[in-house]
Ligand binder design. Structure first.
Ligand SMILES: Nc1nc2c(ncn2[C@@H]2O[C@H](COP(=O)(O)OP(=O)(O)OP(=O)(O)O)[C@@H](O)[C@H]2O)c(=O)[nH]1
Ligand SMILES: [Mg+2]
Length: 443
C-alpha cells in the first residue's frame, strides 16, 4: 500500500497543526526531511523540517513515530506537530509529497484502520459521529460505538442467526439422521426478530443524535410563541411585542435539549389573515408544522379557550405538545376542554422564564427510555437491520407453513448477509467509498 499524507488539523491559525503520514515509507520520508534521525517509536522528537532540495528550514516541529502495528492505521504512522498556519503546514505537506507520499483521500486513515482489521465498519463510522457530535449525549453514544458496544450486540445477533442457519443446513445434508426441531427454531427466530425490531425502533431517537430533530412552535397570535423560542434559546432572538401579528416569517435556531439536537422554528400566529404578508406567514407556519418531528402548540392560559383555538387543537396530531403559557397571570382557561379532546397539556410562563415542563416534554419525545449502548444512530445500520428483520420474518412464515429446509436456509443466509454489512464483514467497494467520502481529510 502506498504511503499517504494529509494535514489532519482544521485550516487556520492556531497553536499546533498536525501532518500525518501512514504507510510503509513513512519512516524513510520523514528521515529525508527531518534535521534529526527518527528511529525510536512512541517518543516525541524535537527537530526541524528541511526542504531536501534547497536545504531551507521550513518549520520547528515535534515528530512522533507510531510503529506498525501499534498505530491508528496499523501501518507505520508519522505525526509532525508544526505551527498551525496555512502556509507552514502546506509547505511541510509539499515536501512530504515530493518525497513520495500521496495525498490522502477523506477518511483514508480510518479506512485503512478498518481494512487492516483494527476496527470494524460500525466503529469507523463512529469516528465520524464522534467528530461531528453536537451534544454531550451524541459524544457519549459515538464513543460507546467506537469502543465496540454496538458491534458486540450486532455480532451476538449475527452469531445467533448463523448458528440457526448452520443447523438448518446440516439437517439438509443428513435428513434422516437429524429431524429439525421446528418449534425450537421458531421461538429462537421470534426472539431474534424482537431484538432486531427493538434496535430498529431505537433509531427514532438515535437519529436525533446524528442529525437535528425538527420542532415548530405554533399557535394563535400573541400567545407567547416568540417569547418561548427566546426562553428556550436563552437569548432575544425573535421580536416580542404586545401587538398580535408580530412574527411574520419563520425564525429558526438550533438548541440542545437533554443531549438531543433540536432545530426549533418560531412561526407567525395562526389566524384568518387578510394582510398579504400575514397570509404568507400562516402558509409557512402550516407547512413547517407538517414536516416537524415535534409540534408545540401554544395557548394563552389567561384567556378562555376560543372557538378558533378549540378547532385548531382538534385538528392537530395527537403527539403535539399543548403548551398553556402565561400561567403567571390569572388563569381563565378550562383545561378539561383540552383533555376531552384526548390531548395532554403542560404549563409555562415564558415571561418568568419557567419552561421546565416544556423542556421535559420535548426530551420525553426525543429521548424516551434511552439505552445508550444499544442505540442505532446511523441510517445505514437501520436499513441493514430492517432488511435482516424482513428476512427473519420470511423465515418465520416459511417455518410456520412447513416449508422445506432449503427455503428456510436461504432466508437465513440472506438475513446473515444483511446484518454482516453493519460491521463490514460483507461490503462492496461502492459502499466503502460512500461511507468514507463523508469523512474529513486527514482522519
Ligand atoms: N404575563 C405573561 N406575558 C407573556 C408571557 N409570554 C409572552 N407574554 C407577552 O405576550 C405578548 C406576546 O408575546 P409574543 O412572544 O410576541 O407572542 P407571539 O405568540 O410570538 O405573537 P405573534 O408573533 O404576534 O403571533 C408580549 O407582550 C409578551 O411579553 C407569559 O408567560 N406571561
Ligand atoms: Mg411571535
Amino acid at each position: 500500500m502506498k504511503t499517504i499524507a494529509a494535514i489532519s488539523t482544521p485550516p487556520g491559525e492556531g497553536g499546533i497543526g498536525i501532518i500525518r503520514l501512514s504507510g510503509p515509507d513513512s519512516l524513510s520520508i520523514i528521515n529525508r526531511i527531518s534535521s534529526k534521525k527518527i528511529h525510536q517509536p512512541h517518543r516525541l522528537m524535537y527537530a526541524h523540517i528541511i526542504n531536501p532540495k534547497t536545504e531551507e528550514i521550513i518549520d520547528e516541529v515535534l515528530i512522533s513515530y507510531h510503529k506498525a502495528p501499534r498505530s491508528y492505521t496499523k501501518e507505520d504512522v508519522i505525526e509532525i506537530n508544526g505551527h498551525s498556519g496555512l502556509v507552514v503546514l502546506q509547505r511541510i505537506l509539499e515536501v512530504v509529497l515530493i518525497c513520495g507520499a500521496r495525498l490522502a483521500e477523506p477518511g483514508e486513515f480510518t479506512k485503512r484502520a478498518y481494512l487492516n482489521g483494527r476496527i470494524d465498519l460500525a466503529q469507523a463510522e463512529a469516528v465520524a459521529s464522534l467528530i461531528s457530535a453536537k451534544t454531550e449525549l451524541a459524544r457519549k453514544v459515538a464513543l460507546s460505538q467506537l469502543k465496540g458496544d454496538l458491534s458486540a450486540k450486532i455480532k451476538a445477533i449475527t452469531d445467533e442467526i448463523f448458528e440457526i442457519f448452520t443447523r438448518v443446513s446440516a439437517s439438509l445434508d443428513f435428513e434422516e439422521v437429524e429431524e429439525l426441531d421446528r418449534q425450537g427454531l421458531l421461538s429462537k427466530l421470534t426472539f431474534i426478530k424482537k431484538e432486531l425490531d427493538s434496535l430498529i425502533q431505537s433509531f427514532t431517537q438515535g437519529r436525533f443524535l446524528s442529525s437535528c430533530a425538527v420542532g415548530v412552535i405554533v399557535g394563535r397570535p400573541n400567545v407567547g410563541k416568540s417569547s418561548i423560542l427566546n426562553g428556550l434559546l436563552g437569548e432575544d432572538r425573535a421580536i416580542v411585542t404586545p401587538i398580535p401579528g408580530t412574527t411574520r416569517d419563520l425564525v429558526s435556531e438550533t438548541i440542545d435539549i437533554s443531549g438531543a439536537c433540536l432545530k426549533i422554528t418560531d412561526t407567525a400566529g395562526l389566524t384568518h389573515a387578510i394582510d398579504i404578508v400575514e397570509k404568507e406567514g400562516v402558509k409557512r407556519a402550516k407547512k413547517a408544522m407538517e414536516s416537524a418531528d415535534i409540534v408545540i402548540f401554544v395557548i394563552d392560559g389567561s384567556e378562555p379557550l376560543s372557538e378558533e383555538t378549540y378547532n385548531l387543537i382538534e385538528g392537530i396530531r395527537n403527539e403535539t405538545i399543548i403548551c398553556i403559557n402565561k400561567i403567571d397571570l390569572k388563569q381563565r382557561i378550562d383545561r378539561r376542554q383540552i383533555e376531552r379532546l384526548g390531548k395532554k397539556s403542560i404549563f409555562t410562563s415564558a415571561k418568568k422564564g419557567d419552561l421546565s415542563e416544556l423542556k421535559d416534554a420535548i426530551s420525553k419525545v426525543l429521548l424516551p427510555n434511552l439505552d445508550e449502548s444499544h442505540l442505532i444512530t446511523n441510517i445505514r445500520h437501520k436499513e441493514a437491520l430492517k432488511e435482516t428483520a424482513s428476512q427473519i420474518a420470511k423465515a418465520i412464515t416459511n417455518l410456520k407453513r412447513g416449508a422445506e429446509e432449503e427455503i428456510i436456509a436461504y432466508d437465513l443466509k440472506e438475513a446473515s448477509d444483511s446484518i454482516s454489512e453493519i460491521t463490514g464483514k460483507r461490503t462492496t467497494e461502492e459502499m466503502l467509498d460512500k461511507i468514507f467520502a463523508s469523512f474529513c481529510i486527514g482522519k
